[in-house]
Design a protein around this ligand. Structure first.
Ligand SMILES: [Zn+2]
Ligand SMILES: [Zn+2]
Length: 345
């Protein structure tokens, strides 16, 4: 049966850019369908609605201009953790990453007049447009396939010593013209002209109009937001962990677990950020800057972890190395009181 209201399997392949083997998977995911004997048909409006709903859920988890860790993107979109073009069957999305951190990057994406000319996938030889994410992207233009395309811009966190990569959500993008071929480094690559459809206009041509320093400053603000968010999430997790452990101790049937807290590096980083380069006990500037140019301070727990203190923002202060030693060898009542007051401010 095929008419305006129902779609055949073949039409479904086209609409989702999937192969016949994927259709069963999609029905398991909840794609609306009617079975009559061996005949399966797909009510068009409900299928479209279903796809839009799961995409909407995915979109709601990202804020334009905010940066995310790779794992956060994987968890929220249900995509793989690698590659510059990541398709997710679970959320009906395609995540594109444009990476300017690596100058030897074989993908040379360019912003021209507010449009990103995005390089397709395939690192060696001529790129192809079949059975891969290039095809998935191209079909959003040629067949109006219902894949929602997310664009992330990859950058390095300048405050994170592990050189963590962060991915800024630029917005939802759409192809605004057909893909084309270009010769790049002796091979043919596909270019996809993309337009941001839900982002703010200021995210056009990111960084190109900025001087180095301005973009560094912006980068720092982004980093600080991410560190704050991660520290707050870690704090919450540690509070919950503590509450659960308490419950565990109350119930006698349960084995009393020893509390093992990982000292959270994001909480420590955030505490140092808040201290703004000054020791919170002696109020002097940090004695030196580390190799990243960040004032050197240490994170101290007012109520010690070994005595049941929690690794949460509220229990942490940034101290110079001298004051930190002093706290641990003398633990003067007046110093503890002062640090508690500092936290209440
Ligand atoms: Zn100090
Ligand atoms: Zn300490």
């Amino acid at each position: 049966m095929s008419n305006n209201r129902y779609l055949t399997k073949e039409q479904i392949y086209k609409l989702f850019t999937i192969k016949s083997a994927d259709v069963n998977k999609y029905m398991k995911f909840g794609m609306p369908h009617n079975k009559e004997g061996k005949e399966i048909s797909f009510p068009k409006s409900r299928v479209v609605e279903w796809q839009q709903q799961r995409q909407q859920k995915a979109k709601e988890q990202f804020e334009v201009g905010k940066s995310y860790l790779n794992q956060e993107i994987v968890d929220r979109l249900g995509c793989s953790g690698q590659g510059g073009m990541r398709r997710s069957h679970i959320t009906g999305t395609l995540a594109l990453f444009t990476d300017k951190t690596n100058t030897r990057n074989p993908y040379q994406d360019r912003w021209i007049n507010g449009k990103l000319h995005y390089t397709g996938m395939g690192q060696e030889g001529d790129q192809i447009l079949e059975g891969n994410a290039n095809k998935v992207l191209a079909e959003t233009y040629h067949s109006k396939a219902l894949t929602e395309v997310f664009l992330f811009e990859t950058h390095k966190s300048i405050r994170d010593k592990r050189k963590l990569k962060l991915h800024k959500f630029i917005g939802i993008v759409q192809m605004n013209g057909p893909e084309y071929f270009e010769k790049e480094n002796g091979r043919l690559v596909y270019k996809f002209p993309l337009e941001v459809v839900n982002g703010e206009k200021i995210f056009e041509e990111p960084d190109l109009r900025n001087t180095e320093i301005e973009s560094q400053k912006k980068q720092q603000i982004v980093d600080e937001e991410v560190i704050k968010r991660l520290a707050e999430e870690s704090s919450k997790r540690n509070i919950n962990l503590n509450n659960n452990n308490k419950k565990g101790q109350q119930s006698e049937r349960k084995v009393v677990k020893t509390r093992v807290y990982e000292r959270n590096e994001y909480i420590a980083a955030y505490i140092k950020l808040l201290a703004n380069g000054k020791c919170q006990l002696c109020e002097q500037d940090a004695p030196f800057k580390d190799s990243f140019g960040v004032p050197y301070l240490e994170c101290h727990h007012i109520e010690w972890l070994s005595e049941g203190g929690l690794d949460i923002i509220e229990n942490c202060v940034a101290l110079c190395p001298n004051c930190h030693r002093k706290m641990h060898s003398l633990a003067l009542e007046e110093d503890i009181k002062k640090l508690q007051l500092v936290k209440q401010e």
